[in-house]
Every structure is written in C-alpha cells, then in structure tokens.
Write a new protein. Structure first.
Length: 247
C-alpha cells in the first residue's frame, strides 16, 4: 500500500454519500485512491480536487465524481462553512505561507465531526543505500535545509503536523486528534521517474552551489543507479499523518 492509498484509508470512507476534498491534489493520485476505497469502504459522492495549478490527469477531469478547482491555497478555501465531510492533504503544508491559517480554513469548511487527514513526508529521514554513508548524510542534510523547488518548502514538516494542529486549536480552530501515524515504504527502483530518482534529483540540485560537492553528488547518483541495477538498492522516507476531527 502506497502513501496515497494510506491517506485514503485514514479518511475513513465508511458511509455513503460523502463529499471529500483533496487539497494540493497534483495529478490526482490520492483522488484515485479515494475513488477506489478498500473493502468495506464507500467511494465518495463527490471529490473536489483542489490545487493552485491545473495538473489533474485527463481521465479524472472527465470523471463525473470529480470536480477540479484551481485556487490560491494561501487564501480562503472555496467552500461554504461546513460543506465538506472529509479533507485530505498530502505534502502541501510545507509550501504554504501560513499553514496554521490554512488549517483554520480547513476547520471552517468541514462539518462538525468531519475529518481532516494531514499528511507529509519528512525529508530529513530519506534513506538511500550507498557505499559512502557520510556523503549521503551530508547530501540529505543539505537537501532538507534547502529543499529546492518552486515556492516555499520545509524539509522537516512531517514532524511538525501535531504542533500545527495544536497552534490552530489555540487560535480557535478546535480539533480532536484521532490518530497520529507514520510509515516508510521501501522502494528498490532507481529508473528515471521513480520516487527514489525524483528525490535524489532534488538532492543533486541542492548541491549545485558547491562545485566540489556537486561533482561528488553526480558520482553518488551514478552509484545509486549501479546499485539498483545490481539489486542492492533501497530507498525509503518517513511519511507522517495525523487524523483530526473537527469539534
């Protein structure tokens, strides 16, 4: 079970007719998982796929159960008070200007008793098999601190989710923590486009302002590819999720 399926399972799609929002949906992998719940679950009546750009896969755009919405995630969410039964969010919080204010908005649009599944990878925990553990630690530390990419980022966000909920509660958005969990799925592939390759590419980018380290990082990347070809490679990163019930 991958991270998207785990997030969907934590959303507890245990009754029919739910209206769910995936905030920061990207291409829609979590949306797919929501629409195909585990045995005993019920696919939502409607899934709002929300992001700041349009990246949703075409087949999901054509699905009558999916409504694509584009908005500034740092602004008010585009729903009335208490309109939603569930909100899920994966790897979005680190890119927000004020994630606590965003969580207050999620609280507003959920009905009383509705659930929010707030999930995030904690990039400081990235694990790569290599023959140079010290270099790997240096590169991962640099990546976590820099977290290259568009907009804001926070490589330590996974471990901060409970604190975000507590701060939001102090500001008036009352939550009950239903669960806090984590997992680290193993990945053995390192071909272009694989998760390990994508993260390693970010690690490589974070070293580019240091020519000596950048050269060592390029060799590190090639070694990872060789280890994967020999069946000796493993990648994992800890994902953290908290399930919050709106008071």
């Amino acid at each position: 079970m991958g991270r998207h399926e785990r997030v969907a399972e934590l959303a507890r799609l245990d009754v029919e007719g739910l209206v769910v929002a995936d905030v920061g949906c990207g291409s829609g992998r979590t949306v797919r998982a929501l629409l195909d719940p585990p045995p005993g679950g019920h696919a939502p009546r409607l899934v709002h796929a929300l992001d700041h750009v349009s990246a949703l896969d075409d087949d999901l755009l054509a699905d009558a159960r999916v409504r694509s919405r584009i908005t500034d995630l740092d602004g008010p969410l585009p729903w009335r008070d208490g309109e939603l039964d569930r909100v899920v969010s994966l790897n979005t919080a680190e890119h927000l200007g004020d994630p606590v204010a965003h969580l207050a908005e999620v609280h507003r649009v959920l009905r009383p008793g509705g659930l929010c599944v707030l999930a995030h990878s904690d990039w400081d925990t990235a694990l790569f098999t290599s023959t140079d553990d010290q270099l790997t630690r240096t590169l991962v530390d640099r990546f976590t601190a820099a977290a290259p990419g568009p907009g804001r980022s926070d490589g330590f966000m996974g471990r901060k989710l409970l604190a975000l909920a507590a701060t939001a509660a102090r500001r008036g958005a009352g939550w009950t923590v239903e669960a806090a969990t984590s997992w680290a799925d193993p990945h053995r592939r390192f071909d272009d486009g694989s998760l390990a390759w994508k993260v390693a590419t970010g690690v490589l980018a974070a070293s580019q302002d240091d020519p000596v380290l950048a050269a060592r990082a390029s060799g590190w990347m090639e070694e990872l590819r060789s280890l994967a070809a020999a069946g000796q490679f493993l990648f994992a990163v800890t994902d953290v999720a908290v399930v919050l019930r709106r008071d």
